[in-house]
Design a protein around this ligand. Structure first.
Ligand SMILES: NC(=O)C1=CN([C@@H]2O[C@H](COP(=O)(O)OP(=O)(O)OC[C@H]3O[C@@H](n4cnc5c(N)ncnc54)[C@H](OP(=O)(O)O)[C@@H]3O)[C@@H](O)[C@H]2O)C=CC1
Ligand SMILES: CC(=O)N[C@@H](CCC(=O)OP(=O)(O)O)C(=O)O
Length: 346
């Protein structure tokens, strides 16, 4: 049995972890923490869990959580995973952080983009970036896993086959991403009110979104060449889903067929990345509720640009699903355990 605690179990990613792990026969949910709902049954806070998950939310007692758990999922705002990971490490327990505290390797970059002091540079050095399709072997032996950002996952999976082959012209990448509102979390924000979001569509974080350095760090690692990108996120009136359209110049004048073949080969063995046949383009609804990333790719023969369209469910492959995939790897399980579902369509 794997003993699991979820810190921040009443946020959107936390409750998705509860949904994914709560009925597993090989998992015991030890502690579900929340400040607001401490003392309340989670099935009363979230009626979709009614009759399935009987746990009561509690305030976090870090000593107890780290004593009881084999793995601790941290689904809190940035900065809050640092003391938890420190205590877990002292007690020899694993941490999977859904936030950004262990993603950026340079503390100065973290502090510049997140405006939070990084108090655990030593732990940062040993944390492993949790994108299994890139880093599978390292994840298996990690103590601290930095689960990637949601936009980041869609963009990295979209570009990885070309970056690994060094085919992308540095500085040419433009990432244009759209997210549903659950990407912003469950706390009250005027920007996420129905009346603000409904019948509308807007860009935000233009030229300064905090996923930019994370994407650049990973693309640089993948290609071995310092890579800057242009990234613009947008908010669209849907609850779940991310669609990223990525444009890049490639070296060597490859045809659409050749580029498509590179993607098919790169992901042939990957359960959670599906390269669609030429001419078929992904939509967010196809991956809703799944841990799958679907990718469409072509080359525009007029401009020579590669166009990649990548979709994920931000709460699944973009957060909780990927975190469970990482947990499966950590505990030597089949990576797909508990994640084999087909999307909810329509
Ligand atoms: N939503 C998404 O699509 C994705 C989110 N992430 C990241 O995952 C983490 C969780 O996100 P998400 O679930 O959306 O967030 P939510 O805002 O939905 O939930 C946050 C959770 O943390 C608790 N919390 C909030 N503030 C504090 C605090 N100051 N101290 C302790 N607990 C706090 C909340 O409960 P309470 O206030 O009751 O304690 C709640 O359980 C964040 O770091 C986010 O950036 C990553 C990828 C995708
Ligand atoms: C729609 C929306 O607001 N999305 C969030 C991204 C959430 C995410 O991936 O989380 P991390 O903060 O863990 O990187 C945003 O743009 O900030």
């Amino acid at each position: 049995m794997i003993h699991v605690s979820i810190i921040g179990a009443t946020g959107y990613t936390g409750v998705e972890l509860v949904r994914l792990l709560g009925l597993r026969k090989d998992v015991v949910l030890d502690h579900l923490t929340s400040r607001t709902y401490a003392g309340q049954k989670i099935q009363e806070v979230f009626p979709h869990l009614y009759g399935s998950i009987d746990h009561t939310c509690e305030e976090m007692d870090l000593e107890q959580v780290t004593a009881d758990s084999d793995v601790i999922f941290v689904a809190l705002p940035h900065g809050h995973a640092l003391p938890i990971a420190k205590k877990a490490k002292e007690k020899g327990k694993k941490v999977i952080d859904l936030g950004a505290d262990f993603r950026l390797k340079d503390t100065a970059v973290y502090e510049e983009w997140y405006k939070v002091a990084h108090t655990e540079p030593g732990l940062l050095e040993e944390a492993v970036y949790g994108l299994p399709e890139w880093n599978r072997e390292a994840i298996k032996d990690a103590d601290i896993i930095a689960n990637p950002g949601c936009f980041v996952t869609s963009i990295l999976l979209g570009l990885m086959p070309l970056m690994k082959k060094g085919l992308v012209v540095p500085g040419s990448v433009i990432c244009d991403s759209k997210s549903g509102t659950s990407g912003a979390g469950r706390s009250e924000k005027v920007d996420n009110l129905f009346t603000e979001v409904e019948s509308s569509f807007k860009a935000y974080g233009v030229a300064h979104h905090r996923h930019t350095p994370e994407i650049e760090q990973l693309l640089t690692e993948m290609s071995g060449t310092e890579t800057l990108i242009q990234f613009t996120p947008h908010l669209v009136p849907m609850s779940r889903g991310i669609l990223s359209t990525i444009y890049a110049d490639v070296t060597g004048g490859h045809s659409a067929e050749a580029i498509h073949a590179i993607f098919e080969e790169a992901y042939a063995a990957e359960t959670f990345v599906q390269v669609l046949p030429a001419g078929m383009w992904p939509m967010t609804k196809s991956v809703r509720g799944t841990n799958v990333c679907q990718i469409g790719v072509t080359v525009d023969p007029r401009t020579g640009k590669v166009i990649i369209v990548s979709v994920i469910d931000n709460l699944m492959k973009g957060a909780a699903g990927q975190a469970v995939q990482n947990m499966n790897l950590l505990f030597g399980l089949d990576e797909t355990t508990g994640l084999n579902t087909i999307g909810l369509f329509p």
